[in-house]
Design a protein around this ligand. Structure first.
Ligand code: DC
Length: 210
């Protein structure tokens, strides 16, 4: 069966954690689309050529999760030809048989406007910056909290303000604000949203695909 879950939202809102948990719960495949832009940014040279020739090897680099790689990704992601070059791969992944979860910025609005479930995950900038800062080591992190908060705000501004496929919720997306939720509670809400849609489509019993 084809069933697409689109999970969008700003950096460090919890998209990745929620998407991985959804994929594991329902037995779907998962694509972190931010990794595509990170790999393009990390490859260097002409970003359009990098996007057009992106390989498995590029996606397997171990330096794609750094703050610097996120920054580079956010910059190449403003180039329409880069975005265009990555569309087909994402759409093919979304419609693979067996179900798919894609997380990013424009999945519900541009890549998969027909997705069966769209979730827009948010959290206050201070909460997201604190998560990033703690991940990087807290008091022993190389950047003070205020600097990480500034980076989060700058990235939001670029992702929201770009002309092509800006970050915004699809009209029919369910908003999930994780500011005051534990990971388990946020995942439980997302699972409930998907289970409700599967059940409405008569495709599942007890929240599991049949
Ligand atoms: O989710 P992330 O932090 O790995 O994403 C890195 C950058 O890539 C993000 O700041 C904007 C860009 N991106 C995008 O424009 N569209 C997507 N679907 C995913 C990421």
């Amino acid at each position: 069966m084809e069933f697409t879950i689109a999970v969008d939202g700003p950096a460090a809102a919890g998209k990745g954690t929620i998407s991985r948990a959804l994929a594991a719960h329902f037995g779907f495949a998962h694509l972190d689309t931010g990794l595509l832009y990170r790999a393009v940014g990390a490859k260097g040279g002409d970003p359009v050529a990098a996007a057009e020739t992106l390989s498995e090897e590029d996606l397997a680099r171990d330096d794609l999760r750094t703050l610097a790689a996120g920054e580079a990704a956010s910059q190449v992601a403003t180039i329409p030809a880069v975005r265009r070059a990555l569309v087909a791969f994402q759409r093919d992944f979304a419609r693979r048989s067996g179900g798919a979860v894609l997380d990013g910025r424009d999945i519900g609005t541009v890549i998969c406007p027909e997705a069966e479930v769209k979730i827009f995950v948010t959290a206050a900038p201070e909460v997201r910056a604190r998560r990033r800062w703690l991940e990087a080591g807290g008091d022993s992190a190389s950047e003070p909290f205020e600097v990480v908060l500034e980076q989060v705000r700058a990235r939001d501004a670029r992702d929201i303000g770009r002309a092509d496929a800006p970050l915004r919720p699809a009209e029919d997306a369910e908003e999930l604000d994780t500011s005051d939720l534990t990971v388990d509670a946020a995942v439980a809400r997302a699972v409930a949203l998907v289970a409700a849609r599967l059940e409405a489509d008569n495709r599942a019993v007890d929240g599991r695909r049949v």
